[in-house]
Design a protein around this ligand. Structure first.
Ligand SMILES: [Zn+2]
Length: 137
């Protein structure tokens, strides 16, 4: 559900309320009960749509916070060429960069790991991408 579904549900409910208002309930009890039942059903559907919308908005807030943190974290990394690397450790060991595919998708920072085969071949344990002759610094 989205905002337009909620607005549509509320509009339908208002139309039903106007119809109920015009019914002379002393002379048309069946019509009155039918409209009340329709109104209750419509309000229940609208409530469900509101709950789904609230869940969607909450999930979007979480994603926005994650992306904000991603932007902060990427600024702390060392960039060399087109790749991002962890800050050098105390031993100064050469390191593989973080997976460029995962960074492009903003799914996180996953350092590449050496694969078997020629030096520089490595892969990402998150997205399973493989890289050939990736430079280490
Ligand atoms: Zn990856």
């Amino acid at each position: 559900m989205d905002v337009s579904a909620v607005i549509s549900g509320i509009s339908t409910s208002l139309t039903i309320v106007k119809t109920i208002k015009d019914i002379d309930k002393n002379f048309d009890a069946a019509q009155y009960k039918l409209q009340i039942a329709e109104l209750i059903g419509n309000l229940a559907e609208t409530k469900i749509a509101m709950v789904e919308l609230a869940d969607t908005l909450a999930a979007q807030e979480v994603e926005i916070d994650r992306l904000k943190q991603f932007a902060v974290d990427i600024d702390k990394l060392r960039k060399y060429g087109d790749n991002f690397y962890p800050n050098p450790n105390e031993q100064g060991l050469r390191q593989f960069p973080y997976c460029p595919h995962c960074i492009d998708k903003k799914s996180g920072f996953f350092q590449l790991h050496r694969d078997d085969g020629p030096r520089g071949n490595c892969s990402c344990r998150n997205c399973k991408s493989k890289f050939i002759a990736m430079n280490m610094i």
